[in-house]
Design a binder for this molecule. Structure first.
Ligand SMILES: CSC[C@H]1O[C@H](OP(=O)(O)O)[C@H](O)[C@@H]1O
Ligand code: ADE
Length: 272
């Protein structure tokens, strides 16, 4: 049985312009926060309504700091999305998370410095949203089960440190994140995951480790070329996972999860 879901797909580095839909329609969406990163592409993926948005624009012209995360999330909500599944290229902070591996993130540490952190500072509402669990556990479980059924190895949990960028980290920084027992480092997860929650969207990220950042002596240090190369070598795997996860999500009735999220948002508003 198919329920009324629409899935927003935010394509990160390496998945900026994937040819996922057969008959796609492009739409420009203007939001109260300005313009999203690009036109939004609506179409069916494996029979399910989806909307695709390139996080950095389809030509990868927007830096992590300048991504209009609020406009992106607002636009996906406006087009009727119930879920977002995002991709992210990330640096591995652990030996056992190898370049090319996929990680279904379950937490993050936000070290960003220059970003709009809430959807709610446009009017007179103040909202303090509890973010834990940061990602939708049910969506994450479906992604994990789907990966297992396809024989795709995924790490079932992972904490990502989110840095401001656009520069990569120093060895001292990388080792500091390792000492925190973090698994991955990227530049875009925050505030995207939090804004999705504020917008009432069920959000999960499939992260791909593309490099060992710069802490591992025996390995080439991270640079754009090796990130792109490793992502392209593994792009079929992550694309396959997206294609197969989408109908699995549509098999479930999400009324309970959506109601819970909407209640959480209502309860989190301080000023009325
Ligand atoms: C191209 S290397 C750095 C860049 O890659 C990741 O992007 P995304 O999360 O959108 O896949 C990382 O966060 C940086 O923005
Ligand atoms: N090492 C790294 N640091 C930050 N963002 C990344 N994206 C891919 N690899 C990364």
């Amino acid at each position: 049985m198919k329920y009324n879901v629409k899935i927003g797909i935010i394509g990160g580095s390496g998945l900026d312009n994937p040819d996922l839909f057969k008959d796609a329609t492009e739409q420009k969406v203007i939001t109260p926060y300005g313009e999203p990163s690009d036109l939004l592409l609506s179409g069916k993926l494996n029979g399910i309504d989806c909307v695709l948005l390139a996080r950095h624009g389809r030509n990868h012209s927007i830096s992590p700091t300048n991504v209009n995360y609020r406009a992106n999330i607002w636009a996906l909500k406006h087009l009727g999305c119930t879920h977002i599944i995002a991709s992210s290229a990330t640096g591995s902070l652990k030996e056992e998370i190898k370049p090319g591996d996929l990680v279904i993130l379950d937490s993050f540490i936000d070290l960003t410095k220059k970003r709009e952190l809430t959807m709610f500072n446009k009017d007179d509402k103040v909202i303090h949203i509890p973010v834990e669990p940061a990602f939708c556990s049910t969506t994450r479980n479906i992604i994990i089960e789907t990966a297992q059924s396809l024989g795709i190895h995924v790490h079932q949990t992972g904490t990502a440190v989110v840095i401001e960028g656009p520069r990569f980290s120093t060895k001292a920084e990388s080792n500091l994140y390792r000492s925190w027992n973090a698994d991955l480092v990227n530049m875009t997860l925050a505030p995207e995951v939090v804004l999705a929650k504020e917008a009432g969207l069920l959000y999960a990220t499939i992260a791909m480790a593309t490099d060992y950042d710069c802490w591992r002596e025996a390995t080439e240090k991270v640079n754009v070329a090796n990130v792109v190369k490793v992502f392209q070598e593994n792009v079929k795997k992550i694309t396959k996972l997206f294609i197969e996860v989408v109908p699995k999500i549509a098999e479930k009735n999400w009324d309970v999860e959506i109601d819970e999220l909407n209640n959480l948002i209502q309860e989190s508003v301080q000023s009325k």
